[in-house]
Design a protein around this ligand. Sequence first.
Ligand code: MSP
Length: 646
Amino acid sequence: MTTYITTPIYYVNAQPHLGHAYTTIVADTYSRFCRLRGDEVRFQTGTDEHGDKIAEAAALEDVEPKEYADRISGMFRDTWPLLHAKPDNFIRTTDEDHIRTVREILQKVYDKGDIYFDEYSGLYCRGCERFLTEKELVDGNCPDHQRPPQEIAEQNYFFRMSNYQQQLIDHIKDNPEFVTPERYRNEVLSFLSEPLEDLCISRPKSRLTWGIELPFDNNFVTYVWFDALINYLTGLGYPSGEKYDTFWPVAEHVIAKDILKPHAIYWPTMLMSMEVPLYKKLHVHGYWNVDDTKMSKSIGNVVRPAELVEAYGVDTLRYFTLREMSFGLDASFSSQAIVARQNSDLANDIGNLYSRSIAMLKKYHGGTIPQPGDEEEVDRDLRELAERVVQTYQENMSIFQFQKGLQAVWELVSQANKYIVTNEPWALAKDEAKAVRLATVMYNVMESLRLLTLVLRPVMPETAAKMTTGLGYGEDDPAVSLLPEGGFWGVLKPGMRIQKIEPLFPRIDAKKHMGSEKQEKPKKKKKENVAPVELEGLISFESFKEVDIRVAEIKAAEKVKKSDRLLKLTLAVPEERTVVAGIAEYYSPEDLVGLKVLAVANLKPAKLMGIPSQGMVLAAKSVVDGEERLVLTGVLGDAPVGTRIS
Ligand code: MSP
């Protein structure tokens, strides 16, 4: 199989932030996953350097646009290695071959009669670099940039996008995977249910010179999207050559919802006119907010990837973003959330599994993988779960459901931890007659670790490399670098020796950690002689008593505007108060009214999406059929509203 995966080419009017980092991590993880399953892969990213925004940003610094673009493009290029993102190609729209090809394509489409000259007046948004329709405005503003578009009337060149409207509708209907997740496919189809306007593709040089000159009229430059989208082809050497022939037929683009229309409507219609086959898939993700607020320079909450890597480590950042965001929906970044993931999923779950397993193997078998004996029922359960997990992981990673893929992996982590507790290797080791059983248990534990090493490679390359070396494998050994077709348990060879190991993840002190300090040095591990148990998470009864949990009744519930996650609840505790809860993906407001739930009544008030929230409803986070759910909690018998839980 072959795979071609691209990110958007990022504008060079701003430095890389968490949003850009996420898209690039997604594309990198997917490309690593595809390599793991044996594909030939090409991963492309780059920078979009023409247009008003860049010209303006350069003018503000009193430098030439190219000089400015060189500097910011360099920042993007230098950021990706920090995230261990390894693109095969970094394209710039100021590259000579890109400019030449854009001009050739413009000429071809013009000769075909799909570009015409006309007078136009419309509402132009500089942020989006396109004309908006009246319908797209919210209270007269561009919904993405929160400011009114400018009325512009001028003569320009137009692309006959409307000629291809029906062909595009048919294509989307015939190919359910063309745009995913489905909510975005529906959004595109709904947009296409109205007549399409033609696309303005030029700017007069009197207004903008920083662009690619039209081949058929040197008084105009091309409009950003006609230049930018073509990068996906020019990066392959279009119109011919081996790279183009190999990778274009399997092209997959990753973008966020902000640039859905250019990718799902402009781009396919341009390809139709150019008589080039359409890309295969468009994967659309949601937006990262910070502490539930939109990331913005003016608010001053823009999160920089380099600072995150410095504070938390690259693999924690990669894991966190992929695990926390349900692909397609918005997610919120906070230092508390990333520290919680680091301490629980990484340091506690997988970090402990790894260090305790290797410590036990050293202690009981001198660091050599033992020969297992007969399989018992508990062993079979672990093996079958591992097989299911690898399959679920594969299915989800191939459709960009990283969150579900990782949830499945953590089922194996927790099952392997439970397997150790149930089988008590430390007790088996005390009884010589149980030597074969001990060997079987330790073999199965180590085999689980080998599989975890394998599936974690795309997500956490640095950690997986440490685990690979720890297990005594070379980087490219197929046992840890190639997804097996099936029947993969039992690959680990008895007699192999494990190596000296480094701890995988240090715990972070949540109180001290505000998001900018250096990562703490790992704590010294306690000497292991009995079942290693984490005591650090225990709290005193006094601390527990500080939390005031009450039976509360939901009196009213409504969706919070512009949020996919949040509901605004009116709770009676028994006095009425507003609580904003992140449960919108799991409950409709009308189903909630009248329910009695448990709520924390003495939380400091916080503002979420501008709404003051006084408390928190409690929910169980569960995984059903690989899907994460929040289930509200209540009391089993009758307890009046306001009853304290003790
Ligand atoms: N230059 C155009 C894209 C041309 S592609 C042919 C552009 N550039 S951009 O710098 O504005 O990048 C937009 C992309 O950056 C989004 O589609 C997404 O991939 C990423 N993100 C920017 N902000 C984001 C968030 N807050 N959250 C998630 N991703 C976001 O548009």
